[in-house]
Design a protein around this ligand. Structure first.
Ligand code: GTP
Ligand code: MG
Length: 170
């Protein structure tokens, strides 16, 4: 049966990992080399059809800079899903992701569906976080794990499709 589901989604993660770029790739299939650091948060929506179901994503793209950290709860509150992003080329961003997971576990919605995106997979030669390590961590917290590139578009649609399939049936 055809149904429309509204899904509130929040993106979290360190500054510069590519949250806004992933959203821009997903929503508009484009990429901006000179993407500006987000101020506060930005909102976009996008409709996606997966297996006969229509998902209307309401996407809150948060700002990763430390000074905006305290705003995050406004955006993950009532979220059905969160994508926590790190960049495969910066180990520190992977460590920061673990802090976001802890915060969500403690203060976020109890039934929130989590996805971890290892972005900038096009920069393989600069990799600092192995796929195995990240996958193992994602499995340990029951999160979806996908390595993406907002630049090449690799796995970006897949990320949102796989996430859609993980949402509980209504
Ligand atoms: P904040 O808004 O400050 O939290 O950062 P952000 O996570 O939204 O990062 P943003 O999307 O603005 O991207 C930061 C920089 O990384 C920009 O120069 C992007 O062009 C670049 N970038 C984003 N995604 C990719 C990617 O997949 N590959 C490569 N090579 N560069 C990327
Ligand atoms: Mg941004």
């Amino acid at each position: 049966s055809l149904s429309l589901r509204e899904v509130k989604l929040c993106l979290l993660g360190d500054a510069g990992v590519g949250k806004s770029s992933l959203v821009l790739r997903f929503v508009a299939d484009s990429f901006n080399e000179n993407s500006e650091s987000t101020i506060g948060a930005s909102f976009m929506s996008k409709t996606l059809i997966v297996e006969d179901q229509t998902f209307k994503y309401q996407i809150w793209d948060t700002a990763g800079q430390e000074k905006y950290r305290g705003l995050a709860p406004m955006y993950y509150r009532n979220a059905a899903a969160a994508i926590i992003v790190y960049e495969i080329t910066r180990k520190q961003s992977f460590e920061a992701l673990k802090h976001w997971v802890k915060e969500l576990r403690q203060f976020g919605p109890s039934n929130i569906i989590l996805a971890i995106a290892g972005n900038k997979s096009d920069l393989e030669s600069q990799r600092q976080v192995s796929s195995d390590e990240a996958k193992e961590y994602a499995d340990s917290i029951d999160a979806l794990f996908v390595e993406t590139s907002a630049l090449t578009a690799d796995n970006v649609s897949y990320l949102f499709e796989a996430l859609s399939k993980r949402l509980p049936q209504e």
